[in-house]
Design a protein around this ligand. Sequence first.
Ligand code: IMP
Length: 422
Amino acid sequence: MANTILVGAQWGDEGKGKIIDVLTERADIVVRTQGGNNAGHTVFIGKQKYVLHLVPSGILRKRKTCVIGNGVVIDPLGLVEEIDGLRKLGIKTDGNLFISETAHLVFPYHREMDAQREILKGKNKIGTTKRGIGPAYGDKAARTGLRVVDLVNSSRFETLLRQKIKENNEILKAFGAQPLSFQNVHAAYRAAGDRLKPFVTNTVVLLHEAMQQQKEILFEGAQGTFLDIDHGTYPFVTSSNTTAGGACTGSGVPPHRMDRVVGVMKAYTTRVGEGPLPSESAEIADLLHAMGREFGATTGRARRCGWFDAVATRQATMVNGIDELAITNIDGLDSLETIKACVGYRVGTTRYDYVPNDIEALSKCQPVYVEFPGWQTATDKARRWKELPAKARSYLKAIAELTGARLAIASVGPAREQTIFV
Ligand code: IMP
């Protein structure tokens, strides 16, 4: 399969969990390289639903090595809970899950700070998952964060945590929030540290040794291109590099060892949280929500929905270097008589063929649509390209062409078998 980076080409929730699971069959190692437990990757195997937040989706296949890379921010209590949950479902993690020594840690003060900053922002809030992701990456950039390597060193951890709690309690008090008890946080984190210690290693060395043995790696992206801290719709973004470059910095595998980039996108658009979404449409939101679709895997929030936005996905191809596309949730559009796709933005007489960086300009953008005839036939039973209705094939070919990458996978439902290789 060669080394493959998988990224979300929209605003997250593109159905990456399922595509990662499908591609994992041909990989030896699966690596998470950014984000934290703000992500929620849903995978169905038979009737069993798995929602993974930190552990790479590769864990659901036997004999795959899974790595949580240095670019991830880890809530140790959340990770222990996830490992225990997997174990209860009969999924093994011992000996096949590895955690980077240099990944940064998320603490309760990060979560509290996340929540307090959102309250302070009022109507300008970002709509974060409140998992403490922004403040944790903030500490990393400010060089004041604690890392996994500190967590597994008991005496150093105690000293560092004591300082951090003292300092952060002052900030929490200023926000009018409850200060944290050092003893409680320390006891819980020490227990989690003991549980996680057997998984902790130098994952950069592990990955390079694996490459010397010709092992193939899948880099599983979390969130999506327009939530990227540099290339997204700032400030309505997450705090990591969700685009292809993040796979290199978040794993220690250099760019020249990457062989291809797969971009995952829905046949329409969704977004959770605040921020502009030019092709947002009540028509498609009502349809999808009535079908019980488009509710967040991490927070359960109803996702905002819109028509397919080719301006955004074209830019995603550019920024990530997407070679191949996986288009998901095609069956969500089955009942529509007419399907729209946004091919440009307009503000007054100005036309944009790219996503403007100025958030105010972006929020004023009106979509320019082209229309496609709907296929009005169920697609969820299709297993081959030729079994899809001709109108569905035309639509998929058109949106891939507008995006500027080769259509490789079409997904017509959450199950592994509902996957068409084009
Ligand atoms: P944070 O990552 O919790 O700080 O949230 C920042 C923004 O990213 C918010 O709009 C979230 O809804 C969004 N976000 C974070 N993680 C995901 C995800 O996994 N899928 C979709 N949106 C996400």
